[in-house]
Design a protein around this ligand. Structure first.
Ligand code: UDP
Length: 330
């Protein structure tokens, strides 16, 4: 597989949502490859902690701003040759707390960041999601599947925001010949997720470390395909470095049930926690696994980090911090 850090074609990048989980890893990886990075974030779900180790590094700049605001492009002086648009509340807990902001960042924010890329003649990449497939009726999900999304369900603010953002990017490619791509990210896990962001891996790891019951939703038979953040970041940068204007799936291929995730976390933390079955959230997708044939063929990409290694890094991250108080489920 190509190692993107040895062939980085950019001089200066802006990462919106750069203080978030995946965004902060992207900033770090780009800086390590010698790219100057402006990290734009309004800290609605990202944190200063995620980028504390990057501040002061040559070439790194944090710009606290809302990418939906009219003044955002002026604050992002550039010139950039890469715009990575990753700003968006991404966990159910966050987008249910910030429904209108979530819709705004996919629409207004994407529009503004496309204009920024056009201003500088930069390559643009949208962080999209497996949620565009909704509760999929086709399995595994290929990029040409249109999805099964409830437009008025609780998850719709996120799903439709990303679907609209994909339409905006595609319109810019068609109507304005933009150099713009779309990466559809499946469930990613790793250090710098927030303990209370509600997603399955940080929730189970923190519960296991605290000896609390692991809250498995429904009967836990629903599946996800987890991908370690380093693999996801590699895939993102390879899509960015390609000239692809089509959506590309980036995700893990090891499909496991939520019950299996709980069992694996208990085993690797050596915890004595038990499983507690709780209500399943509305419209929770039953099965999810990407078909990554396009990423393999186009980029030579496939996930490399084994689960045991990725989850050990993740456990070490949370074990080094004070454990959060247990929170009510969902
Ligand atoms: N989940 C769970 N217990 C939790 C948090 C999540 O059983 O404490 C389940 C959730 O219902 C879903 C799966 O884990 O079926 C993945 O949820 P997550 O929020 O991590 O990601 P998404 O649903 O967006 O894929």
């Amino acid at each position: 597989m190509t190692d993107v850090t040895t062939c980085t074609p950019w001089r200066r990048a802006v990462v919106t949502g750069g203080a978030g989980f995946i965004g902060s890893h992207l900033c770090e990886r780009l800086l390590n490859a010698g790219v100057e990075v402006d990290c734009a974030d309004n800290l609605c779900s990202g944190t200063r902690d995620n980028i504390a180790h990057l501040r002061g590094r040559p070439g790194f700049r944090f710009v606290e701003c809302d990418v939906c605001a009219a003044e955002a492009p002026g604050r992002l002086a550039g010139p950039y040759d890469l715009v990575l648009h990753f700003a968006c509340p991404a966990s159910p807990v966050d987008y249910l707390r910030l429904p209108l902001e979530t819709l705004d960042v996919g629409s207004l924010g994407t529009r503004g960041m496309l204009a920024l890329a056009e201003r500088d003649g930069a390559r643009f990449l949208l962080a999209s999601t497996s949620e565009v497939y909704g509760d999929p009726l086709v399995h595994p999900q290929r990029e040409d599947y249109w999805g099964n999304v409830n437009p008025v369900g609780p998850r719709s603010v996120y799903d439709e925001s990303k679907r609209f953002a994909e339409a905006l990017v595609t319109a810019h490619v068609r109507a304005r010949d933009a150099d713009a791509g779309i990466v559809r990210l499946f469930n990613t896990y790793g250090p710098r997720m927030r303990a209370h962001d509600g997603r399955v891996v940080p929730t189970f790891v923190c519960q296991a470390l605290a000896g609390e019951p692991l809250t498995v939703a429904g009967d836990g038979s629903q599946t996800r395909s987890l991908c370690y953040v380093d693999d996801t970041v590699e895939g993102i940068l390879l899509v960015a470095a390609s000239r692809s204007v089509r959506p590309v799936n980036i995700g893990g291929t090891d499909e496991v049930t939520v019950r299996e995730i709980a069992a694996r976390v208990v085993e690797l933390t050596g915890s004595s926690s038990r499983i507690e079955f709780v209500d399943r959230p509305a419209d929770d997708p039953q099965r999810r696994r990407p078909d990554i044939a396009m990423a393999r063929e186009l980029l030579g990409w496939a996930p490399r980090v084994p689960w045991e290694e990725g989850i050990k890094q993740t456990i070490a991250h949370f074990a080094a911090r004070p454990l959060p108080e247990p929170v009510p489920h969902f």
